[in-house]
Design a protein around this ligand. Structure first.
Ligand SMILES: Cc1cc2nc3c(=O)[nH]c(=O)nc-3n(C[C@H](O)[C@H](O)[C@H](O)COP(=O)(O)O)c2cc1C
Length: 328
């Protein structure tokens, strides 16, 4: 897993289509959104839909959460029958829906429970088991080093640390020194995560922490180019350019086509509304276009609107470029 760049699990975002796109743009590995162990055992269609994946997303992990070791082990066995490359256990989610049932980051408060969960899941499946965690519940209970040791002793194959506490949620800065400390204290690979938003950040994450691989989440939303840009930077030391508006629109429209193929009209159109926002972020005059396409149902009409926006944008930038040249 040397220098692997992993696409982080992002509930409601990193679905099968997004993971395929991330792989096509340089992500070395992907992980599903978190899946409820109890939901898997109940076999609900919505839960199983989250677990489905395509071969193109491999190497891929399916991520489970829950608070009952037996349910975690049983759900891991069920998911292992889908043949993912590994099972990832979530000890990081701060969402009320998850910690309210003592899952996700709340397990970091009870290391004997954490131990039973990891041990039982590792025993239940014959594929690698990894763990993704935060640094603790709050600043007064930073359990990541102790948890890391337990996770390693239980036979997990790797551990990802997002060095924020549950209470911090997404505020403040991720404390990368905790990743460096965890790396120092374990033999299994440590994956560094948190606040990587540019190729230079990725380089710093490797050099400051000594981690074995990195994981990128929010910076990859609507921006899968980040993976190949990071790789190029790590290989050459040069920061590659950001994608052009045309590249962004072209990929957004490809994503849209796949969404319509998969979910049909209107469901695919509704689902795509949020996704367009991610690809469009920061483009001039885009809020008006977003407002308009959010009221459209016809895929053709949406595509024409986006294409003509792009043409106008390119024309305007050509004109302003010419003006700059003639006035300079
Ligand atoms: C919208 C959203 C959904 C997330 N869903 C999950 C999830 O399902 N499982 C998980 O382990 N982490 C989840 N995370 C946390 C990310 O995987 C990652 O650890 C965190 O965003 C820090 O990395 P970043 O700074 O690169 O985004 C989520 C984060 C966000 C913003």
């Amino acid at each position: 897993m040397s220098k692997a760049i992993i696409y982080a699990p992002l509930a409601g975002i990193s679905d099968s289509l997004a993971r395929k796109i991330a792989r096509n743009h340089g992500a070395d590995m992907t992980i599903s959104e978190l899946i409820s162990s109890e939901g898997i055992i109940r076999g609900g269609e919505k839960t199983l839909e989250i677990a489905r994946f395509n071969q193109s997303e491999r190497p891929l992990g399916l991520q489970i959460f829950g608070s009952k070791p037996e349910s975690m082990a049983e759900s891991a066995t069920i998911l292992a029958s889908l043949s993912p490359d590994f099972i990832d256990i979530n000890f990081g989610c701060p969402a009320r829906k998850v910690v309210g049932k003592n899952g996700g980051s709340s397990v970091l408060k009870d290391l004997s429970l954490l131990k039973r969960i990891v041990a039982m899941v590792v025993k239940a499946v014959d594929i690698p088991v990894t763990v993704k965690m935060r640094s603790g519940w709050d600043s007064g209970s930073l359990t990541y080093l102790e948890a890391g040791k337990i996770i390693e002793d239980c036979g997990a194959a790797a551990v990802t640390l997002h060095p924020r506490t549950k209470v911090q949620s997404f505020t403040g800065r991720a404390d990368w020194s905790q990743i460096a400390e965890l790396k120092q204290s374990l033999k299994i690979p440590v994956i560094g995560n948190g606040d990587i938003s540019s190729p230079e950040d990725a380089g710093r994450m490797f050099s400051e922490t000594g981690c074995d691989a990195i994981m990128v989440g929010r910076a990859a939303i609507g921006n899968p180019w980040i993976f190949n840009r990071i790789k190029e930077y790590l290989n050459t030391g040069e920061v590659p350019p950001e994608p052009t508006p045309r590249q962004r629109m072209t990929l957004a429209l490809e994503h849209f086509d796949s969404m319509i193929d998969k979910f049909g009209v209107p469901r695919g159109v509704f689902k795509m509304r949020a996704v367009f926002c991610w690809y469009f972020r920061g483009l001039p005059g885009i809020s008006e276009i977003r407002f308009r396409i959010n009221r459209m149902i016809s895929p053709e009409e949406i595509k024409v609107t986006i294409s003509s926006y792009l043409e106008t944008l390119e024309l305007n930038s050509e004109i302003s470029g010419q003006e700059a040249v003639s006035s300079g």
